[in-house]
Design a binder for this molecule. Structure first.
Ligand code: ATP
Ligand code: MG
Ligand code: MG
Ligand code: MG
Length: 469
């Protein structure tokens, strides 16, 4: 059974043998791209090659890209612990063509790797295409021998990628694996598609057109390819598992969490171990790439992920800080592929320990307050906004942490109530400032504070369209 580390190498070797340049993963904080919170796809570091602004001495590349999806259009934070296939941090394996090969070769590469090199059962594979993309349908039929019923035509944006409102865009084709009828879910395009039966493993984007401001589209002079496959998803398949969290690497982290908290990895605490394993990876890699917990922007997203993990450790009964103790295990698993992790190990451990020590002081009391508030509520009623705001303001609970805590109980937060409580506090604070002569500065400060507070929100560029695969 190949390990994730071996599968990564097999992928890269396959494309190297097919004349691709192996390029290192770029950092999680995108270079020169303030519009994007975190690198969330393999194509991010190649944007300028696709638009033709930049040229390099290779036209084909392959990477295993570190990705974080914990905000904006791609926010998988709330999926962690609930689906078999989502992480906040994952590796995206990708092959790229910059004006070199196009569909006629991209599909055969993917098919050969999956069915020959990796030996997947062809009968379990099916694909989606953009509804008008007859070329792709033809290649899937001819090369892969897929019958029409296994080539699903999708008319939505799920199968049409664009870099932004203008610029390169084009249809995509997604490859799915059917994990069998014992698992809930339906084929892509069906009402049950969000289930975990049919899991998307690979997305191939055909950058075919350029979109202009006036709404017109033209063929790109250099048509390009951008693909993305989740290492953990293909890893699960090749290890005979259904669930990403049962792969060797994730399992090792789950067992470490179970060991340190003295809780059965597969008992009722399983979901907490999964969240901890996932959040350990995203927080450690973010710190290794220079993000530090703070109350704004990227640092606040990091802090939110850390605090969520800490609540799950608390639920496992941990008395002492847990997260930093798991770092050596992560470094043992991933330090060879990502040397920055080992280099930053002391910083990661210290940062996690300090955050957890600080947050512990209010976490217990905040959770007790939350329980008391819930006891007062009628069945099914939402937690009042003022309570959520008090947790935020006094106990350092980001809104999404409170929401995460309530979700297990089938409850929600009155978010608009939370927002008005926030607005009210802001107004009061503004009034207190008036006459100081610093009103303009204060207003700016409060606007920043507000964005942070919303937590889930408004970092510049959150809504910017970013690569799918
Ligand atoms: P899904 O529909 O399952 O959420 P996606 O369409 O959002 O996936 P893409 O943006 O197409 O995913 O990313 C390319 C590939 O990266 C996917 O086919 C999948 O294998 C992998 N991937 C995407 N999101 C995640 C995630 N949160 N955790 C693990 N792997 C992921
Ligand atoms: Mg997704
Ligand atoms: Mg998808
Ligand atoms: Mg996709």
């Amino acid at each position: 059974m190949p390990t994730l580390n071996e599968i990564r190498s097999t992928f890269l070797n396959f494309f190297e043998e097919n004349d691709h340049q192996i390029v290192e993963s770029s950092p999680l904080v995108p270079r020169n791209d303030p519009t994007l919170m975190f690198t969330n796809a393999g194509m991010v570091q190649f944007k300028n090659l696709f638009t033709g602004v930049e040229h390099r001495d290779y036209k084909r590349a392959a990477t295993s890209q570190k990705c974080v999806r914990a905000g904006g259009k791609h926010n998988d934070l709330d999926n962690v612990g609930y689906t078999a296939r989502h992480h906040t941090f994952f590796e995206m394996l990708g092959n790229f063509s910059f004006g070199d090969y196009f569909k006629e070769q991209a599909i055969p590469f993917a098919w050969d790797l999956l069915t020959k090199e990796f030996g997947l059962n062809k009968d379990k594979l099916l694909v989606t295409i953009y509804h008008t993309d007859d070329e792709a349908a033809e290649i899937w039929k001819k090369y892969a021998g897929l019958s029409d019923d296994r080539i699903i035509r999708i008319a939505t944006d799920d199968n049409f990628w664009s870099m932004g409102a203008t610029g390169p865009c084009g249809p995509c084709t997604e490859i799915f694996y059917d994990h069998g009828p014992e698992i809930w879910g339906g084929p892509p395009g069906s009402p049950e598609e969000d289930g975990d039966r049919f899991i998307e493993i690979w997305n191939l984007v055909f950058m075919q057109y350029e979109q202009f401001e006036d709404g017109t589209r033209q063929d790109l002079p250099n048509q390009s390819i951008d693909t993305g496959m989740g290492l953990e998803r293909i890893g699960a398949l090749l290890q005979g598992k259904h669930d990403n969290y049962d792969t060797d690497l994730m399992r090792a982290l789950i067992e470490a969490s179970a060991h340190i908290t003295s809780q059965d990895p597969d008992g009722p605490g399983n979901v907490h171990h999964r969240v901890i394993a996932d959040h350990l990876r995203s927080t450690s890699f973010l710190i290794a790439d220079g993000v530090m917990p703070s109350n704004e922007g990227r640092g606040y997203v990091l802090r939110r992920i850390m605090r969520r993990a800490m609540r799950h450790a608390h639920l496992l009964g941990a008395k002492d800080p847990v997260m930093h103790q798991l770092v050596p295990n992560l470094v043992a698993q991933m330090g060879q592929a990502f040397p920055e992790l080992g280099r930053a190990q002391p910083l990661i451990e210290e940062t996690l320990k300090l955050e957890e020590t600080k947050f512990k002081q209010t976490l217990d009391r905040g959770l007790r307050l939350l329980d008391d508030e819930l006891d007062k509520l009628q069945d099914g009623a939402a937690l009042p906004g003022e309570a959520a705001f008090k947790l935020y303001d006094t106990y350092g609970f980001p809104l999404d942490l409170t929401q995460d805590a309530l979700r297990e109980k089938g409850r929600e937060v009155d978010v608009s109530g939370f927002e008005s409580a926030m607005a009210e506090q802001k107004a009061k604070a503004r009034a207190a400032w008036s006459g100081s002569g610093e009103a303009a500065d204060a207003a700016i400060w409060f606007d920043i504070a507000e964005d942070e507070a919303k937590g889930t929100t408004d970092f510049l560029g959150y809504d910017t369209e970013v690569a799918e695969g």
